[in-house]
Ligand binder design. Structure first.
Ligand code: NDP
Length: 289
């Protein structure tokens, strides 16, 4: 027993975080709105509080893992006075501006807030391959490293409290676009009776190989060198996308997942950049800021 840590929220992720801390010897108090979800921790011997007030009463550190920003506000609002002078580590998924607003709210109340963004599923907590981004209080990050490092690789990305959420949501953008593209491809071959299982055997290694292209895109974007050697032009990519969309609708499968990508490329071509590299899509996206 070393540190008194309170966990608010014992959903799939909150339970994984609390269990890992408990198993490592931390003194844990936990609370969940719905009592039955606390049962597995209770069975391990963890103290389960009946109320948020009781849960935070003796906490040095409060870890918050709730559904969304609104639930964090609901839960922390009534106990803000008790939290004054404590560290709160909020690993609930939020937008960058929600994290910044919460940090302002915390600062006004003397609460030391560290914002976290978990890049892992609950089964990965405490194991290899997981990362958690943190931003906000550098002091809280430094002083809680022994706890944070139990869960995942801890990566501090800046004192701006919104940075962890910004990295998180930016990385999820790539993930969800990839998932949608995969499912679209599965629907295309599925129109001829090919199973998704058969498709994924071919698609997954191809996508993995394509990620090798990302570093080249990144260098192009950072150097703003869209006419450098070896780049696939927007004109080329536009034609390829038109072919894919035609193939899709020809099979009776909606092509709507590709439409926004195609539109971005066509706008850049209309602006006179047909021979620029495909990474120039970045300029179209950021010009919408
Ligand atoms: P769950 O849906 O399993 O749990 C949600 C938790 O929030 C429960 O404890 C729930 O309580 C509580 N809750 C919801 N609304 C309220 C409210 N108004 N007042 C009090 N408590 C509330 O989600 P996870 O545990 O999986 O996720 C928690 C956070 O972790 C989310 O922000 C999620 O985005 C993030 N995360 C999750 C990942 C995952 O793979 N699961 C991956 C990365 C981040 P109750 O049980 O009473 O409903």
């Amino acid at each position: 027993m070393t540190v008194n840590t309170t966990f608010l929220g014992l959903g799939a992720m909150g339970s994984a975080l609390a269990t890992t801390a408990w198993d490592a010897g931390h003194r844990v108090v936990a609370w969940n709105r719905t009592g039955h979800r606390a049962q597995s921790l209770r069975d391990r011997g963890v103290a389960i509080a009946d109320s948020v007030e009781e849960a935070v009463a003796d906490a040095r550190t409060v870890v918050v893992c709730l559904f969304d920003d609104a639930s964090v506000r609901d839960v922390l609002g009534p106990v803000s006075t008790a939290l004054s002078g404590r560290s709160v580590i909020n690993v609930t998924t939020t937008t960058p501006n929600q994290s910044r607003d919460l940090a302002r709210w915390a600062e006004e109340r003397g609460i030391d807030l560290l914002d976290g963004a978990i890049m892992a599923v609950p089964e990965m907590i405490g194991g290899p391959g997981s990362t958690i981004f943190y931003s906000g209080s550098a002091t809280a990050f430094a002083s809680h490293r022994p706890l944070l490092d139990l869960w995942a690789e801890s990566s501090y990305v800046g004192s701006d409290p919104g940075m962890a959420a910004l990295y998180d949501t930016a990385m999820l953008s790539g993930m969800y676009a990839m998932f949608a593209g995969f499912l679209h491809g599965a629907a295309m071959v599925g129109s001829e009776g090919v199973s998704a299982g058969e498709f994924v055997r071919r698609q997954a290694p191809f996508l993995a190989a394509m990620t090798e292209q990302l570093a080249g895109f990144a260098a192009t974007v950072d150097e703003q060198d869209y006419l450098g050697p070896g780049q696939q032009s927007l004109r080329f990519t536009e034609t390829a996308l038109a072919t894919v969309r035609q193939a899709s609708t020809g099979q009776g499968v909606t092509d709507e997942v590709l439409e926004p990508v195609h539109d971005i490329i066509r706008r850049q071509i209309a602006a006179g950049f047909a021979e620029h590299g495909t990474a120039r899509m970045f300029e179209e996206m950021r010009s919408a800021r």
